[in-house]
Every structure is written in structure tokens, then in C-alpha cells.
Design a protein around this ligand. Structure first.
Ligand code: GLN
Length: 209
């Protein structure tokens, strides 16, 4: 099964390495694919949008005309994992006109809400279905509300990991933790039957933004 990583900017290599680790060491059915075009996207069964600088990644996926394809594929059931900047991009509302959320998961985001890069931190989180996990937060966004998304983990009372049927969103960086359990969890979302789009922005699908 081909799993893509949007490959323009940010923690691209780290996610690719994790997928290779799952393939080579854990013998999982996963072929990592760097996604930088519509054609590359069309080949994958699941997609990771990495952390990095959301305004840059957003601009490039627009420029390379991948944005709407991701929206269409996700609404047809392709699982997407958005970490940090990636979560900002898949969110319903990023509250920043420079990054129009894809509306794939019902969360409202505040970018850079913990402060500057120097205010980055890590702490142990308790994740539903996974257990204790070291969350590494790098100039992370905050999830201000998670109306219809299921909350899998919180930090100081605020959601930091959320999901719906086809999207997994994290404000921290699992690819920097050395721990592949979240990636494995994501893989388990692939190929599940019965995906139904619950996105409230169906008008996005027709491209009428
Ligand atoms: N501060 C970044 C942004 O808003 C996100 C940080 C990250 O992905 N680590 O784009």
C-alpha cells in the first residue's frame, strides 16, 4: 500500500523515515511515496501532511494544484494525517487568511498560540487507544474548539490530537519522537470500509471557494 508524504517543506524526511521503518523493521505493507504532484497523489492510499511552515506548504500545494485533489480524495475516504502545520491545513478554520483550511476536520485552530519558537516544549501525553506518548510541540498551534471531531488527547485541558472517520490531526510531532505507534495507528485507518464524508464544507468539493 502506498502512503504519501506531501514533500515540499517541513518534516518530510522524518515522516518518510518512519514509514520506511514500518516497512523494513515492522514488515508492514507500506510503500512510502513523496508527493509533489497530482499524479503522485493519485497513486497513494493515504496521505501525511507534515509539520513545518503552514503558509509555505499551503502556498505550494495550491501552486502545484494538489489542494483540491486532497480535498476530493479525503472526502471519498482517503485517510489523511496532518501534524502541526499539516493539521492547520486540514482544519475547518485556521483563522488566518494565508492558510485556508481544507475543512476536512471540524476544528478551529489558533496558529503559534504557545508563542515563539523558543517556547517549544515536550511533555508526556495520554492518548486514547495508544497510551503514554511523548508529545513534541514546536511553535505549535492550539485547537480552540473541536466540535464534531473526536478528541484523542489533551494537554492542559486543550485538545492536541483529534480524529474523525478519515482524518487524524495532531498539534505535535510524532515523527520526532522515535515512537512509531501513531503512524501505525494511522495505517490502521487505511482500508476501513464505510467512509462517509462528514465535512460541513461540501461546497469545497465542487471547487467553489
Ligand atoms: N508555526 C507553524 C505554522 O503555523 C507550525 C509549526 C509546526 O508545524 N511545527 O505554520
Amino acid at each position: 500500500m502506498k502512503v504519501g508524504v506531501i514533500g515540499f517543506q517541513g518534516d518530510v524526511a522524518e515522516h518518510m523515515e518512519f514509514l520506511y521503518k514500518l516497512k523494513d523493521e515492522k514488515k508492514r505493507d507500506v510503500d512510502p511515496v513523496l508527493v509533489k504532484s497530482r499524479r503522485m497523489l493519485s497513486e497513494v492510499s493515504a496521505l501525511i501532511i507534515p509539520g513545518g511552515e503552514s503558509t509555505t506548504i499551503y502556498r505550494l500545494i495550491k501552486e502545484y494544484e494538489i489542494y483540491w485533489d486532497v480535498v476530493r480524495r479525503a472526502k471519498n475516504g482517503m485517510p489523511v494525517m496532518g501534524t502541526c502545520a499539516g493539521l492547520i491545513i486540514v482544519s475547518k478554520d485556521s483563522q488566518d487568511p494565508r492558510v485556508r483550511g481544507m475543512g476536512l476536520i471540524d476544528v478551529v485552530i489558533k496558529r503559534n498560540a504557545y508563542g515563539r519558537q523558543a517556547n517549544s516544549f515536550y511533555d508526556t501525553l495520554k492518548i486514547k487507544g495508544i497510551g503514554n506518548f511523548v508529545g513534541i510541540f514546536i511553535r505549535a498551534p492550539v485547537i480552540e474548539s473541536a466540535s464534531n471531531a473526536e478528541v484523542l488527547a489533551t494537554y492542559e485541558g486543550q485538545p492536541v490530537m483529534v480524529m474523525n472517520q478519515y482524518v487524524l490531526g495532531l498539534t505535535f510531532h510524532p515523527e520526532l519522537s522515535g515512537d512509531t505507534r501513531i503512524h501505525e495507528y494511522f495505517l490502521s485507518m487505511v482500508g476501513r470500509e464505510g467512509y462517509v464524508s462528514t465535512g460541513s464544507r461540501e461546497w469545497y468539493v465542487s471547487g467553489v471557494a
